[in-house]
Design a protein around this ligand. Structure first.
Ligand SMILES: [Zn+2]
Length: 299
């Protein structure tokens, strides 16, 4: 995600690893944080994954290979982005799980890692965690249909190549928002939930004031009902992320992001963003909240 325009109050995050014991057995249709973490590790194993790289091509093949196992229709939204380092081929991957209500919801996240020549940036949290989270969500949706159509979308090109600007960053979401405006999909969307940097073992999701207020309140209330209020913080922020191109087109959209990653956010966009900083429990918390929210949006 972009560091621009953040107004964080970084509180000490305590109590983060409680409640790990005595979990009831989960059905195959339930979201598994352990499975999401395993998918994340697989994504990270491809190495640095900037847009257009051989590594992200391999990850695309892996994601689409997984989706072939599930009951969904897969669309590759390919385009050429004009970037400060020249034209770059990008691909959003869209998995469409059909419902019966005629309406739709979308859960999105980016799967590119920031182009950082000279350092070995493997991006476990940013964006391995969203990549793996969405793969686990797709697995769950294949076993457990919803009344609304659900689009699960791996967005390319979230990261900027140079200093962030309106034309450098969120390439994939800008492209998809325009495509969905043109084909009418946006008009069917009840909600769009974007996830980013959700694997930190010290999880703390901030309240993004750029998100739709009603959807943000619904999600925070759902987290409270599940006993997860100490992960869904009261801290306000103003985040520029992949939800913004949809917000700008009037979509009911929210960004779920933990932008306090390591001491003074020191793991963010550095070689320290590695798998050992993540936990299955954190992915479980976000998965439980997203699934419960999808159930509410079905009503
Ligand atoms: Zn980032």
């Amino acid at each position: 995600m972009h560091g621009k325009k953040t107004l964080l109050t970084l509180l000490a995050l305590g109590l983060v690893s409680a409640c790990a014991a005595q979990k009831p057995a989960r059905s195959p249709a339930a979201f598994s944080g352990a499975s999401a973490l395993a998918f994340t590790a697989k994504a990270v194993s491809f190495g640095a994954r900037p847009p257009g790289s051989p590594a992200i091509r391999k990850l695309q093949d892996y994601i689409t290979g997984q989706l072939k196992k599930y009951r969904c229709e897969v669309t590759i939204d390919a385009f050429t982005a004009q970037t400060p380092i020249g034209p770059v081929q990008m691909r959003n991957i869209i998995a469409h799980f059909r419902g019966t209500s005629g309406r739709a919801v979308a859960v999105t996240g980016h799967y590119d890692t920031k182009y950082m020549p000279g350092i070995n940036f493997v991006g476990a949290n940013d964006a391995g965690s969203s990549t793996g989270f969405l793969l686990e969500l797709a697995r769950v949706l294949s076993a457990r249909p919803f009344q609304n159509d659900v689009y699960v979308v791996w967005l390319d090109g979230e990261e900027s190549f140079g200093p962030w600007s309106d034309t450098d960053g969120v390439y994939g979401s800008r492209h998809l928002a325009a495509k969905w405006a043109a084909d009418g999909t946006l008009g069917r969307l009840k909600a769009l939930i974007n996830v980013d940097m959700i694997g930190d073992r010290e999880l703390g999701i901030l309240q993004d004031m750029n998100s739709s207020e009603s959807l943000r309140r619904l999600i925070w209330a759902t987290a409270a009902e599940l006993g997860y209020s100490h992960y869904f913080l009261n801290d306000p922020g103003a985040i520029v992320d992949d939800h913004i191109p949809f917000i700008q087109r009037g979509v009911n959209a929210v960004d779920l992001i933990d932008f306090d990653y390591g001491p003074n956010n020191s793991y963010w966009h550095t070689e320290k963003d590695t798998m050992d900083k993540l936990s299955a429990d954190s992915l479980q918390v976000v998965g439980d909240v997203v699934i419960e929210t999808l159930k509410k949006l079905d009503r």
